[in-house]
Design a binder for this molecule. Structure first.
Ligand SMILES: [Zn+2]
Ligand SMILES: [Zn+2]
Length: 352
């Protein structure tokens, strides 16, 4: 066995049986991906992990087994910074987040590499039987390795570039924790959607009156549903964390005055803190106008006048929203959403 070098012997006796018996763990695989060198008893390979056409690579949470993607090279550059699950907030080492397909792929590439290095050495042991000998034997070396495990990763619904750390990532749904810095993107999504509403109003200015009215009304609907989704999501994540028994669904955030009352009673905070009182009245009223659009075909009823104190409104007439109202609503909601996140504790602190 003198022709087999020490390195190859180490691979053969150490790594190969482990690979064959499935003993190589994910963490080992991660180590092998970092460098591509053979020295002493170690073999290190740089194995590129598959990226999709957007440069994103799949990850799987070891706690909830949910799938997401990140673009390596964006976000936090620190070596071995922890990874956060965008869905459940679980925090762990980056190497804990390999998907089963990636592990199989890494192992299959390793197997091929190892076999490639061992085979020539083992071949040297080959010999043909001596025809002149009375009894003799031949040695033939053949190493069969399984094929490379290729795979494809699914597309995800929402791509996000984290405001806080610049990581580019993709998730199912819309909101989640940033896999790098762990900050929840809920406020970021609120701002992006409100920006969309603002653009709709801008577009309305260039259209015929009918279409302009529809665009402004749609912008209002966008604002309210954005805020409602934000609020419900925040409350249900809070309920999940605190494990509140008996609470099944998060309350609606479609009535601004009621939301204010609820926060004042339960947490003793005013979500309108820092908002111009006149702007607050406009926003509360606009939310009630949205209610008329959604449930009364935009026709003013008694309840609307009671709730808003809108003295210009006449029961039975169509309600009207003007572009300036959307601008005010946007301004108010940005402030209110920030107040609410602060009141409930930043989501970053809830992780880990
Ligand atoms: Zn998770
Ligand atoms: Zn981040």
């Amino acid at each position: 066995m003198g022709t087999v070098t020490r390195t190859v012997a180490a691979i053969r006796d150490g790594l190969l049986p482990k690979l064959l018996s499935d003993e190589v763990r994910v963490k080992d695989a991660k180590r092998y991906t970092e460098e591509n060198t053979v020295s002493g008893d170690h073999i290190r390979l740089k194995v590129p992990i598959v990226r999709d056409e957007k440069g994103l690579t799949g990850r799987e949470c070891p706690a909830c087994q949910s799938f997401f993607k990140v673009e390596f090279g964006t976000g936090i550059q620190e070596e071995d910074a922890p990874c956060h699950c965008p869905y459940c907030g679980h925090q762990g080492e980056p190497s804990d987040f390999f998907t089963p397909d990636q592990v199989e792929y890494l192992k299959s590439v390793l197997m091929k590499e190892v076999a490639k290095r061992i085979e020539p050495q083992m071949k040297r042991l080959e010999r043909k039987p001596d025809p002149r000998a009375l009894f003799d034997f031949g040695i033939e070396v053949k190493i069969n390795t399984p094929p490379i495990h290729y795979y494809e990763e699914p597309d995800l619904e929402t791509e996000v570039v984290c405001d806080n750390c610049t990581l580019h990532y993709a998730i199912y749904g819309v909101v989640g924790y940033c896999p790098d810095c762990g900050v929840h993107n809920t406020l970021q999504m609120v701002l992006e959607n409100l920006g969309l509403a603002e653009r709709m109003v801008g577009l309305a200015a260039t259209q015929e009156p009918d279409l302009a009215d529809t665009l402004v009304a749609s912008a209002l609907v966008t604002c309210v549903s954005t805020f409602d989704g934000f609020g419900r999501g925040l409350v249900s994540r809070h309920q999940a964390r605190t494990d509140s028994p008996g609470k099944t669904s998060a309350p609606s955030f479609q009535n601004l005055a009621r939301v204010q009352g609820r926060f004042s009673r339960k947490l003793g905070v005013d979500i309108a803190n820092g908002v111009d009182p006149e702007h607050w009245t406009t926003a509360v009223r606009a939310f009630q106008k949205r209610h008329l659009y959604a449930h009364k075909e935009g026709v003013i009823d008694e309840k609307y006048i009671q709730e808003t104190g809108d003295t210009s409104a006449v029961v039975g007439q169509k309600v009207r929203v003007v572009p300036d109202e959307i601008t005010v609503v946007n301004e108010v909601l940005k402030k209110v959403a920030t107040n609410i996140v602060t009141a409930m504790g930043t989501e970053q602190q809830q992780i880990g």
